[in-house]
Design a protein around this ligand. Structure first.
Ligand code: CP
Ligand code: NVA
Length: 310
């Protein structure tokens, strides 16, 4: 049976195995590429712009011995030029896996339902699961463990925040979200994260005050105030989110060895200052690199044989 990765919950039972595999793959591949997905093909459908997702998936798949093709926002137009059903059926006849960056989580799920090959979510309006896997891999590498750690997310309760809530709950990390009223994470996701956290000795909290939220944090995370699709609210959001900037003053309230993450692209001077992005706590470029490693581990898990890397 095919295995889709639409939500972090699709990795609920083996997220830590995937992170461990990513670490093993990084080590093993230091001596040269291992073509464990030789001859496989991936179709990458993008409805929105991308640097990291496009390049990390394409290069990562190439490193595994496969071939990926990029399908730009002007081409397929899922559900517009052609029905979601027909796109899913047709592309499934050509490729072994579909990576899809979509405006709508609903369309993402429909594509996965009709495709006969696995669909991997490269971001939609509700989740960004591959980003979350890369983020947890980065925290694991910098801190040595995940369970019992605390991540504080500052800003918009968006797709990235939603996936982090699920990811932290699954690996047993506490997560604080500090956001303005009205910009909280998705309530269904928060409920799900809370119920997983309750069985995993960790806690999710959503508050409004960034300063108290970062107390005791091992990692601080932020993302854009204006996600793709929210552009019409740009001016309003920039005003409302102004007190939610990750700057040195805020960092001074966290642990002295706190690390700072950002999925990127960053809007320097808005959600994060230059001094933090370029400062000693920042791990944002390791995090960007880890997109590729985490995704390679996901692709080997759903399409190949992870034991090749034992
Ligand atoms: N973090 C991330 O997904 O970046 P891109 O939008 O450039 O792919
Ligand atoms: N929340 C952002 C993430 C970009 C990688 C967006 O959806 O635009």
């Amino acid at each position: 049976m095919k295995r889709d990765i639409i939500s972090v919950l699709d990795m609920q039972n083996d997220l830590e195995d995937i992170l461990a595999l990513a670490q093993r793959m990084k080590k093993k591949e230091a001596d040269g590429p291992i073509h464990s997905l030789k001859g496989k093909t991936m179709g990458m459908i993008f409805e929105k712009p991308s640097l990291r997702t496009r390049v990390s998936f394409e290069i990562g798949f190439y490193q595994l011995g496969g071939n990926a093709i990029y399908i730009s926002p002007n081409e397929v137009q899922v559900g517009k030029r052609e029905s979601v059903h027909d796109v899913a059926k047709v592309i499934s006849r050509y490729v072994d896996v579909i990576m899809y960056r979509a405006f709508s989580n609903e369309i993402m799920k429909q594509l996965a339902e009709h495709a006969t090959v696995p669909v991997v979510n490269g971001l939609d309006d509700i989740e960004h699961p591959c980003q979350c896997a890369a983020d947890l891999l980065t925290i694991l590498e910098h801190k040595g463990d995940l369970k019992g750690r605390k991540l504080t997310y500052i800003g918009d309760g968006n797709n990235v925040c939603n996936s982090l809530l699920l990811g932290c709950a699954v690996v047993g990390m506490d997560m604080n979200v500090a956001c303005p009223e009205g910009y909280e994470p998705d309530p269904a996701i928060l409920d799900k994260a809370n119920s997983i956290a309750a069985g995993n000795s960790c806690k999710m909290q959503v508050v409004n005050d960034p300063e108290t939220a970062v107390e005791g944090a091992d990692a601080i995370y932020t993302d854009t105030w204006v996600s793709m699709g929210d552009e019409a609210q740009k001016a309003e959001r920039e005003r409302i989110f102004a007190p939610y900037q990750v700057n040195n003053a805020l960092l001074s309230k966290a642990k002295s060895d706190v690390i700072v993450l950002h999925c990127l692209p960053a809007h320097r001077g808005q959600e994060i200052t230059d001094e933090v992005m370029d400062g000693p706590h920042s791990v944002v470029f390791d995090e960007a690199e880890n997109r590729m490693h985490a995704q390679k581990a996901i692709l080997v898990t759903i399409l190949g044989d992870p034991s090749v890397y034992d």
